[in-house]
Design a protein around this ligand. Structure first.
Ligand SMILES: Cc1cc2nc3c(=O)[nH]c(=O)nc-3n(C[C@H](O)[C@H](O)[C@H](O)COP(=O)(O)OP(=O)(O)OC[C@H]3O[C@@H](n4cnc5c(N)ncnc54)[C@H](O)[C@@H]3O)c2cc1C
Length: 282
C-alpha cells in the first residue's frame, strides 16, 4: 500500500532534530520505523489524516551507542535490539538486557526496532518498560526548547509514557551484587509479542533479601511495580517455601486488569518461577 505523501527529514545531529521538531507542524518522530510505518498504513486505511512530516532520528550520532560512565550503563535511544544483544558491555547481571532483546519479535524486527522506540511508542505489549522499571533506570529527554529532562522509568510509565520530547538515552546504575530474574511469556507461537514480562531485582542480605524491585508488564497497562510483593519479599526470611508463599502477597489489581484466567495463571507461574530462580542463585 502506498502511504499518503509526507516530507521526510533526516537531521544529522540531535540539535538539528530538536530544531526541526519544534518548528515543523504535524510531525511524527521515526526511530526504527517498525510501528510508525505500520501506523501510517493503518491510519490511511481508516481514512484518518496522516502526518505531513516524518522526522527520522537515525542520522543523529548523539543517539547511538552503548557505553559505561562512572558505574552507569548508558544506552542511547537509537540502539537496536540486535545491537543490544551483541554488546560486549552487557555482562554479569546486565545480560538480562540481552536476554530481553533476543526474545523480541523476529530478526527483521530486532534489526530495526530501537530501545527508544520500544520505550516511547506507547504500546503496552513491549517488554523494555518492565525491564527499565525493574532496573530503576533514568530516562533522559531533550525538549523542543533544547532543555534536558530526566524521569525515572517508573515515573514515565506511571504517566502513561506520554512525551512531546526526544528521548535520548537510558542510564542504569550497575549493581553487580544484585540478583535478577526475568520471565517473559509470549502471546502466540506465530507473531511473537509478549503477553507478560516480569523482572525481579533483589540483593541478598544475610537470611533475607533487600531492595527488591518487582516490575511487571501485563501488556494491558504500562510497566509498573508490585510494591506489595516487594515488601513481602524484603520482610521474609529466605526459605524453600518463599516462592509459593509470595503468591498470597500480590497486588491483585495489577494482574486482574482485563485479565483472562490464563493470563492471571501465567502471571502466578512466572512470579513463582522467578522467585524460585532467585532463591537458587542466592
Ligand atoms: C511484528 C512485531 C513484533 C514485535 N514483537 C515485540 C516483542 O515481542 N517484544 C517487544 O518488546 N516489542 C515487540 N515489538 C515492538 C518493537 O520491538 C519496537 O519496539 C517497536 O516496534 C517500536 O520501535 P521503533 O524503533 O521501530 O519505533 P518507531 O516505530 O520508529 O517509532 C514509534 C513511535 O515511538 C516514538 N519514538 C520513537 N523513538 C523516539 C524517541 N527517541 N523519542 C521520542 N519518541 C520516540 C514516536 O512517537 C514514534 O512515532 C514488535 C513489533 C512488531 C512490528
Amino acid at each position: 500500500m502506498l502511504l499518503n505523501p509526507f516530507t521526510f527529514h533526516a537531521p544529522k545531529s540531535l540539535s538539528q532534530a530538536v530544531d526541526l521538531y519544534s518548528s515543523l507542524e504535524n510531525v511524527k518522530l521515526q526511530a526504527g520505523g517498525t510501528f510508525l510505518l505500520n501506523n501510517l498504513k493503518l491510519l490511511k486505511r481508516k481514512g484518518v489524516k496522516t502526518p505531513k512530516h516524518i522526522l527520522s532520528l537515525k542520522k543523529a550520532p548523539e543517539l547511538k551507542g552503548i557505553f559505561e560512565e562512572g558505574g552507569m550503563l548508558i544506552i542511547k535511544a537509537m540502539t537496536t535490539m540486535n545491537e543490544l544483544f551483541d554488546s560486549p558491555l552487557l555482562t554479569g547481571n546486565m545480560d538480562v538486557l540481552k536476554v530481553a532483546a533476543k526474545n523480541i519479535g523476529t530478526s527483521q524486527i530486532r534489526n530495526m526496532a530501537t530501545v527508544g522506540g520500544n520505550l516511547t511508542c506507547r504500546y503496552t505489549w513491549t517488554e523494555m518498560p518492565a525491564i527499565m522499571v525493574g532496573l530503576d533506570a533514568d530516562l533522559y529527554f531533550t525538549g523542543q526548547d533544547g532543555k534536558q529532562e530526566i524521569l525515572s522509568a517508573e515515573e514515565f510509565f506511571k504517566a502513561s509514557a506520554k512525551t512531546d520530547k526526544i528521548f535520548t538515552h537510558a542510564a542504569i546504575k550497575k549493581d553487580p551484587q544484585a540478583l535478577i530474574a526475568y520471565r517473559r511469556v509470549k502471546k502466540t507461537p506465530h507473531l511473537d509479542i509478549p503477553l507478560l514480562s516480569l523482572l525481579i531485582k533483589t540483593n541478598p542480605d544475610g537470611k533475607k533479601f533487600k531492595n527488591t524491585r518487582v516490575a511487571i508488564n501485563n501488556c494491558v497497562a504500562f510497566g509498573q511495580r508490585d510494591g506489595k510483593l516487594e515488601s513481602f519479599i524484603d520482610q521474609s526470611t529466605r526459605s524453600k517455601t518463599l516462592a509459593q508463599e509470595a503468591l498470597n502477597h500480590l497486588d491483585e489489581p495489577i494482574y486482574d486488569v482485563r485479565g483472562s484466567d490464563y493470563k492471571k495463571h501465567i502471571s502466578r507461574v512466572a512470579i513463582k518461577d522467578a522467585i524460585a530462580g532467585l532463591m537458587e542463585k542466592s
